[in-house]
Write a protein that binds this ligand. Structure first.
Ligand code: HEM
Length: 575
């Protein structure tokens, strides 16, 4: 009897399971049919999986190829692609203003709300409500203004000196010792360096100084270096979950992406630790170096305070987490990419070196100001690199507000997430001639491209979105240009650079090696192939990350007397 009653229990459980599965199956089929055939965005093309579920985006966020995938989708489906049930990507740079401009009928997408879930409060970047955001932005813009720029200038100079000492460029006496007397070519060059890694240390230490009043010392010690790879993992974790916040309710994120979530935990604890140090220093008036965070603590109005007027730790931690990555990873990626492009285009590098070396008599003169601003080729090289390899390469989602959004012949109803992927906009063939070519000439006013045709500067500028645009564009843009122009000009003034041979790039032990017998990479570099290789190796962690290039440095050739009216640089001995 007992056995039979068990049997009945099993049967009942089985039937219930069957009913559940069938109901779920029917629900899923109905949902898929709705999303593919009846949904208001049903007429827009895109991958089937993307049109029916956001797991498509989660997959690409975890894989780290979000921007490459969007670029591929546009090449298959055209300018407007539906890549999520409610998500539209538009490749046409003409859509930038209607989506991101000051009068756009959009707000930041709910995508950004996951940040609050993990950090307990929104940061300036992730605040969705327009009025709240305007208030926060006003404060942060003020704090990142002239005074911070001056502090940043000092931080750049101090850390740049430490950065140079990490390059391993042989000194005159080391060269002489290794050679007897003359300077053989091999002995003059430093061991190969992963420039992306070293620049990450540099910009991370600069941001530590500016934002938290403390040098994180990654240039000189191993202690905090793990943060350089952990923070982007955390940002990638946020990116993955943001596409499907529903998974947070089921706590699936830790099961599905344990590594990214561990990165996110460390990202949070690092932001918390830095914030708490600043809070302690502020509380006992023991501030050794003023910083953006300390100034935030001075703010007495409501943004960073609770209803009782107390400082809100979670509001500060979330702002700290934004500042740590917003200004460091982006700038180091931009600089590493610029060096990659310059080394693959030796004539451009040579033209840039001439501009910088002719403009400045001494490296210490290279500082923000009129003389540096006059180096228009320097700025053009940086802008061209930001175009070709934008550090934030993907799509910044905006939610369409009630009333909808008309872009060209397309209408998007309220609630749709829309955006223009930066990488794709920057490679638009209708605006950028030879879009895969590194051609800084196109950015000079009235300048000619390398093909000799005049570039239409205004249309290029209106398609340029590396810093986004409108009321949610990058607040740190001026600071970023200040850092990038100063660092690049100093590097080019002080050193000659060359790409290390591929054998070295493939060697894991490369960093510690003092062997200088390195050969120049083949002179017949296929620039576009190198670029495509770098693009496909790039991982989109909101900010893009890619190793290298591996670069060797040597001191620049000695200058002739600048008054002799001849060329001011010469080959041969070292300065
Ligand atoms: C080459 C360097 C940089 C690039 C390419 C860059 C790019 C961007 C982009 C694309 C956004 C918009 C993000 C979005 O819509 O979600 C942004 C926002 C932001 N960036 Fe940057 N950034 C750079 C450097 C910096 C620096 C040095 C700082 C200084 C701390 C900074 C601080 C910020 C802040 C606070 C925001 C949020 C602004 C807001 O939502 O109102 N960035 N950045």
């Amino acid at each position: 009897m007992e056995i039979r009653s068990f049997g009945y229990a099993y049967d009942a459980a089985f039937y219930w399971m069957l009913v559940l599965c069938l109901s779920f199956g029917c629900y899923a089929v109905a949902l898929f049919v709705y999303r593919l055939a009846i949904h208001p965005l049903a007429r827009y093309p895109g991958p089937v999986l993307g049109r029916v579920t956001d797991w498509y985006s989660v997959y690409h966020a975890v894989k780290g190829d979000r921007y490459q995938d969007l670029h591929r989708l546009h090449s298959i489906y055209g300018n407007v692609v539906r890549f999520g049930p409610n998500r539209i990507s538009i490749a046409d740079p003409e859509a930038l203003k209607p989506i991101y401009g000051i009068n756009a009928n959009t707000q930041k997408s709910q995508f950004y709300s996951v940040f609050k879930h993990f950090f307990g409060a929104s940061s300036t970047q992730t605040t969705i409500n327009k009025i709240d955001h305007a208030q926060r932005r006003k404060v942060l813009s003020r704090l990142l203004s002239e005074k911070s720029l001056r502090d940043a200038e000092n931080a750049v100079h101090d850390n740049f000196t430490r950065f140079c000492s990490q390059l391993g460029v042989p000194t005159d006496s080391e060269i002489l010792q290794s050679n007897g007397n003359a300077c053989s070519d091999a002995a003059c060059w430093s061991p190969p360096r992963d420039i992306e890694r070293l620049l990450s240390y540099l910009t991370f230490d600069i941001m530590g100084d500016i934002c938290f009043g403390r040098n994180l010392g990654t240039l000189t010690s191993d202690q905090n270096r793990d943060l350089i790879s952990i923070l982007p993992e955390g940002a990638q974790g946020l990116l993955a979950v943001a596409h499907m916040p529903g998974m947070l309710k089921l706590r699936l994120e830790n099961v599905l992406f344990p590594k990214l979530m561990a990165g996110l935990e460390k990202y949070k604890s690092c932001s918390k630790e830095l914030t708490e140090i600043c809070m302690r220093e502020h509380a006992c008036a023991a501030i050794t170096k003023p910083s953006v965070m300390h100034s935030i603590l001075d703010e007495t109005d409501g943004i960073y305070r609770t209803k009782d007027g107390e400082v809100s730790t979670s509001a500060l931690v979330s702002e700290a987490s934004l500042l740590i990555v917003a200004g460091s990873d982006t700038t180091s990626t931009a600089l590493a990419n610029t060096i990659f492009h310059l080394l693959n285009n030796p004539k451009t590098l040579s033209a840039l070196s001439s501009e910088i070396r002719d403009q400045f008599q001494h490296v210490d003169e290279i500082a923000p100001g009129k003389k540096l601003a006059e180096c228009s080729y320097l700025r053009a090289c940086i802008d061209e690199s930001l175009r070709l390899s934008p550090p934030v390469p993907s799509l910044m989602s905006r939610e369409v507000l009630p009333g909808g959004l008309q872009i060209g012949g397309n209408f998007f109803p309220a609630g749709t997430d829309v955006g223009v992927p930066h990488y794709t906009a920057h490679h638009s063939p209708s605006i950028f001639q030879n879009p895969y070519k590194f051609d800084p000439g196109r950015w000079r006013s009235g300048g000619a491209t390398s093909e000799g045709s005049l570039s239409d500067l205004r249309s290029l500028q209106s398609a340029f979105c590396a810093f986004s645009l409108g009321p949610r564009d990058c607040i740190g843009k001026r600071m970023a240009y200040m850092e990038m122009t100063t660092i690049l000009a100093r590097l080019v003034w002080l050193f000659e650079m060359r790409l290390a041979s591929t054998d070295y790039v493939e060697s894991k032990e490369i960093q510690g090696r003092s062997d200088n017998s390195v050969h120049l990479q083949s002179s017949s570099i296929d620039v576009e192939t190198e670029l495509r290789k770098r693009d496909s190796a790039t991982v989109d962690k909101f900010v893009s990350k890619v190793q290298g290039p591996w670069v060797q440095f040597r001191k620049r050739p000695r200058r002739l007397n600048p008054l002799d009216g001849q060329s001011k640089t010469t080959k041969g001995g070292l300065a």
